[in-house]
Design a protein around this ligand. Structure first.
Ligand SMILES: [Mg+2]
Length: 302
């Protein structure tokens, strides 16, 4: 859910009067979208701009019933986490059980009391907001505020698949702060943390395109995933990184290559094909980083 926006509720029911009653009751506190068929509901949920924070879903509908809609929502990673509340006239215990087993959060039997529906919606929306927040925190590195390794792994995986699908090149840069251990040992962990934050920010700020991403890979190591980028593009960015970190002029009296903080970088670029894996790709970039270290640090290898 975007900041400052009121949560978006999608009401799905083949009977327009049912929609009207619910929509009127919820419109005071939420943005409301409606759909009169399962098909339309799935289309709305799949698009980021119309993805609801909660779905009120009728069970009995022609063509595609609510159970099937719920099953498909849960199957799609993009819509998997949207809470679903069934609203239905079917009051059998087995119906209710089926709905909950399909992953629905709750089950409201018609005729319903609007106050109860509102209270339940509010509970589930609040839970969703908290879950979204935790989810985003779990993907951010606590110290530097840039994406963490988990987020990087996910991004690389999807960028890899996309590059395969679209036959476009993909590049990685791994970089590492030179002589960081002596920096930490001599200046202290507070200064070490400050150095990591400053470097992370500089790396992040030197990305030019919205789909480029740099993450903290661990310790003093950072990694960028660059869709639609060839070896030359990766080399240029890696060189820019080295220059940008040197330009920070963070004093480092315990470095053997300079009097300020520097980084080494290794890059790799390829056209993802079957038979290779993102893991092997990452190892290529890591090897190049190792080579940059071996050749004297404060340089780029690829
Ligand atoms: Mg119906």
């Amino acid at each position: 859910m975007k900041n400052n926006d009121r949560p978006l509720i999608l009401i799905v029911d083949d009977t327009p009067t049912n929609i009207q009653i619910l929509a009127e009751a919820l419109r005071t506190e939420y943005r409301v979208k409606v759909a009169t068929s399962g098909k339309t509901a799935l289309e709305l949920a799949d698009k980021p701009e119309s993805r609801p924070d909660l779905i009120l879903l009728d069970v009995m509908m022609p063509e595609m019933d609510g159970y099937e809609v719920c099953r498909r929502l849960k199957e799609n990673p993009a819509t998997h986490d949207i809470p679903v509340i069934f609203v239905t006239a079917k009051s059998d215990v087995t119906d209710e059980e089926q709905g909950l087993r399909l992953g629905a959060m709750d089950y409201i039997v018609k005729p319903f009391h609007l106050a109860i529906v509102k209270a339940r919606v509010e509970n589930h929306v609040n839970l969703k907001i908290k879950t979204d927040l935790l989810e985003s925190l779990a993907l951010i590195d606590g110290l530097t505020g840039i994406p963490n390794r988990r987020r990087f792994d996910e991004t690389l995986e999807s960028a890899w698949k996309r590059a395969q699908r679209e036959s476009t090149p993909l590049a990685l840069i791994m970089t590492d702060i030179d002589y960081f251990k002596p920096y930490n040992d001599n200046y202290g962990h507070g200064a070490g943390d400050h150095c990591l934050k400053t470097v992370a920010k500089a790396l992040h700020n030197s990305l030019a395109r919205p789909n480029d991403m740099v993450a903290r890979y661990g310790g003093e190591e950072f990694v960028a995933v660059l869709p639609d980028t060839d070896a030359e593009g990766a080399r240029q960015l890696a060189e820019r990184w080295c220059a940008a970190i040197a330009a920070l002029k963070l004093p480092h009296r315990f470095s053997a290559v300079a009097d300020h903080v520097t980084v080494s970088a290794g890059y790799a670029a390829l056209d993802p094909v079957h038979g290779q894996s993102p893991k092997e790709f990452l190892e290529m970039a890591d090897k190049m980083l190792y080579r940059a270290k071996e050749q004297g640090r404060n340089r780029v290898c690829g």
